[in-house]
Design a protein around this ligand. Structure first.
Ligand code: DOR
Ligand code: ZN
Length: 424
């Protein structure tokens, strides 16, 4: 099997490449990247005017399997990922059952082997059933394939338990991913606390509930010299806290999600539950801080926090609806629109935060087009305009706040391990 991709703009920040060149894929691997390759190949793709980049690495995805196959499955979620140009996902552990034991990880791995269209990495839980009460057997999770730990959807409230988790994660060589939320502060809130929560008559979630927990988790990780990754950063104060910690040499990384730079709380005008996300959409000032954080490199990665929910769980009163939105199929194009088109990041900068950095944070071999690496790559038409339509969504759930948006920048091909897994 060989594919020759001709004359695309190859963007590979790991190798400081940003130039028109050809890419030869052979036997599932990147064989060569060079100008004017003369090699013969079974398939030749003309990529003139297109971007050729490493497949994206999305380090925060809720695939819902096992347990909530009505929302999403490994099969449907990875098909959606391929369409969105994502070739590696980290599956978050808030499944039913949670990924809190070797047995559950083995179960998930069987499903992945059978159904996954792209690479699926597993994240183990920090505590049993994610209840924040008793630690999992962290070393055993690592030995059974977990590449990181998280109780995502919840934060571990008990300081002593979290400190011990960092200690054991460090000993096992695992990254801890923190969902930062102090429930004593966020309570029963459903949107950002402020003018809009008052206007809409909805309970608010303060920014303190996020950044106070960011501060605590950084402090505890620092205490034992463990690595810590802050998930879905949504507000200015969290960005500032992380910037300071980085300056002090703490081993902290973080991610944001496209909705935190593409939407503000002002857009929740008609109680659209697809805008109900945790942490919540914040203010214009927070959006500016997130963009600045991406530009200045304080924010290392963009992840979707793809959180599929059924219509039954979303098409109800705002306060009762589930938190979360889907993102696998729209995140690249939303990021192109908000960051590249608005000159916040250039193409290499975008690929860095969407592919290279998350791969490095997770310690996996993806995110580059270096010869010898798995041929996971995308071909994107950066000027193709289209409308995000509900009927085209491959994910089992359709809870996207971006339906109806006119966008620019379409994934034309996604290759995973040298095979075309998506073609527009
Ligand atoms: O909005 C969210 N949805 N935030 C989370 O932290 C969890 C996620 C989910 O699993 O639905
Ligand atoms: Zn979360």
């Amino acid at each position: 099997m060989s594919i020759l991709i001709k004359n695309g703009r190859v963007v590979d920040p790991a190798n400081q490449i940003d130039k028109v060149a050809d890419v030869l894929v052979e036997n599932g691997k990147i064989a060569k990247v060079a100008v004017n390759l003369k090699d013969q190949a079974e398939t030749v793709i003309d990529a003139s005017g297109k971007i050729v980049a490493p497949g994206l690495v999305d380090m925060h995805v809720h695939l819902r399997e096992p347990g909530r196959e009505d929302k999403e499955t490994v099969c449907s979620g990875t098909a959606a990922a391929a369409k969105g140009g994502i070739t590696t996902v980290l599956a978050m552990p808030n499944t039913t059952p949670a990924m809190d034991s070797p047995e559950h990880l083995v179960l998930l791995q069987g499903i992945i082997k059978r159904d996954a269209r792209v690479k699926v990495l597993a994240c183990g839980a920090i505590t049993k059933s994610r209840l924040g009460e008793e630690l999992t057997d962290i070393a055993a999770l690592k030995n059974n394939g977990a590449v990181a730990l998280s109780d995502d959807g919840a934060s571990v409230d008990n300081d002593a338990l979290m400190l011990e988790a960092f200690r054991q994660a460090k000993a096992a060589g695992l990254l801890t991913i923190c969902h930062c939320e102090d429930k004593k502060l966020s309570g029963k809130g459903v949107i950002n606390l402020g003018f809009n929560s008052t206007r809409l008559g909805l309970r608010g979630i303060s920014k303190e509930s996020e950044y106070a927990r960011v501060k605590r988790d950084i402090m505890l990780a620092q205490e034992v010299g463990a690595r810590v990754h802050i998930a879905h950063v949504s507000c200015r104060e969290s960005v500032e806290t992380i910037a300071q910690a980085k300056q002090q040499g703490v081993q902290v990384t973080c991610e944001t999600a496209p909705h935190y730079f593409a939407l503000t709380e002002d857009e929740i005008v008609d109680y659209d539950t697809n805008m109900k996300i945790n942490p919540p959409l914040r203010t214009r000032q927070d959006v500016e801080a997130i963009k600045r954080g991406l530009k200045e490199g304080v924010i290392d990665a963009i992840a979707s926090d793809h959180a599929p929910h059924t219509e039954n769980e979303k098409d109800i009163e705002f306060e009762r609806a589930e938190f979360g939105k889907i993102g696998l199929e729209s995140d690249l194009v939303i990021s192109i629109m908000e960051l590249v088109e608005k000159n916040i990041l250039d193409w290499p900068g975008l690929i860095k935060v969407m592919a290279l950095n998350p791969a490095r944070i997770l310690g996996v071999d993806q995110g580059t087009l270096s010869p010898g690496k798995s041929a996971d790559l995308i071909i994107v038409d950066p000027i193709k305009e289209f409308v995000l339509e509900k009927s085209k969504i491959l994910s089992k759930s359709k809870n996207s706040p971006f339906i109806g948006r006119k966008v620019k920048g379409r994934v034309e091909y996604t290759l995973y391990e040298g095979k075309i897994v998506y073609q527009s």
